[in-house]
Ligand binder design. Structure first.
Ligand SMILES: *Cc1c(COP(=O)(O)O)cnc(C)c1O
Length: 367
């Protein structure tokens, strides 16, 4: 596949063990991958531990119980659900299913990096639409949905919208999103990625569940990696028209969601209070960290998620390294065309204090 030679692999946040190994730094905090620092529900931990007794058996390939539980929770038919080894796997399957070198897909500048990767893997044309400008916009760095709609061509089979988006934290107003969904051609599948939906909904951002019935070309993507605190076991899911789910099921590896993950996700889903508490604590810290950064002279993008896009200035890579030396891992964004920015996940209150202290003293002031 010639397309594969042109790919560069996804660069994730630096793992804690790597910083320990390479730099000899200890007492490390990772604010680099938007994980939930409160972790999963204790019930999920117990369920995963209990599931280990059966670990010699293959998992239920259809994840029947988890699918039923999700269907009940969301009020959708089980045939509308496809589970993935994280929602990243579903992004890959969507591209494999719907793209060829003769077709195209649309995404936003600063849109989640995996979109461009999965499009390129198929050899399809990746159409990147300029985002709203960083200055003088109602939603700086945000998806420009009107421009994205205009960029859809007759050969466009997929359009990726992250709401909220990573790494910007920005979101789309319900009215604008609805207009986009109503006007997009039926031949284009709209992938609405709601990885941070639990945070965003708490802040009043609309999700796409209600629009799905009227728009069979709308697919929602959700994950247990963020608010549910289960990034390590890899579970995500798509809610779509059953025909789209059927296509994804044909491509899906037979046992793509392991048994520990299925047990954990099911138990996590039942403990709504745990998720709501973690989300509330994180959002209150988000507001506090954002206000403190603003007071220190940093500019941040609006965020409806559990992280902030912070404009550091031309010294961003120095600041990134200075933070690493102090045991704080953040996410550099040069790969996103944002070399003056860092993405910083919201941690526990004392971790956020450490970050704020480092940014206002040693690590540097805004340039
Ligand atoms: C984290 C993230 C995902 C998915 O992560 P998985 O762990 O693969 O489920 C998807 N989309 C966005 C925008 C994300 O930030």
């Amino acid at each position: 596949m010639p397309a594969v030679r042109g790919l560069s692999p996804y660069v994730p946040g630096k793992p804690i063990s790597e910083l320990e190994r390479e730099w000899g730094v200890t007492d490390i905090i990772k604010l680099a991958s938007n994980e939930n620092p409160y972790g999963p529900s204790p019930r999920a931990l117990a369920a995963m531990q209990a599931s280990l007794a059966q670990v010699w058996l293959y998992p239920d390939g259809g994840a029947h119980e988890l699918r039923m539980a999700l269907a009940r929770r969301l009020g959708v038919a089980p045939a509308c659900l496809t589970l993935g080894n994280g929602s990243s796997e579903l992004l890959l399957l969507l591209a494999e299913a719907f793209l060829t070198p003769a077709l195209s897909a649309v995404y936003s500048q600063y849109g989640f990096a995996i979109y461009r990767l999965v499009i390129s893997e198929t050899g399809a044309r990746a159409i990147e639409v300029p985002a709203f400008p960083a200055d003088d916009a109602a939603m700086p760095y945000g998806h420009d949905l009107a421009a994205m709609l205009a960029a859809i061509r007759p050969d466009t089979r997929l359009v990726f919208i992250a709401n909220p988006n990573n790494p910007t934290g920005t979101w789309a107003e319900a009215a604008l999103l609805k207009r986009f969904i109503e006007r997009a051609p039926a031949s284009t599948l709209i992938v609405l990625d709601e990885a941070y939906g639990e945070y965003a909904r708490t802040l009043g951002v609309a999700d796409g569940l209600a629009w799905r019935a009227e728009h069979p070309n709308l697919l929602l993507l959700r994950t247990f990696s963020k608010a549910y605190g289960l990034a390590g076991v890899r579970v995500g899911y798509a809610v779509s028209h059953p025909e789209v789910a059927d296509v994804l099921h044909r491509l899906r590896p037979a046992f793509n969601v392991n048994s520990v993950a299925q047990a954990g996700a099911m138990a996590a889903l039942e403990d709504e209070t745990h998720v709501a508490d973690a989300v509330a604590a994180t959002l209150s810290e988000l507001a506090r960290v954002q206000a403190a950064l603003t007071r220190s002279g940093y500019r941040t993008a609006p965020s409806a998620a559990n992280f902030l896009l912070v404009r550091i200035g031309h010294r961003a890579s120095e600041v990134y390294e200075a933070l690493l030396r102090q045991g704080i891992i953040t996410r550099p964004l040069a790969g996103y065309g944002l070399p003056e920015h860092l993405r910083i996940s919201i941690g526990l209150p004392q971790q956020n204090d450490r970050l704020l202290a480092a940014l206002s003293h040693g690590a540097g002031r805004p340039a």
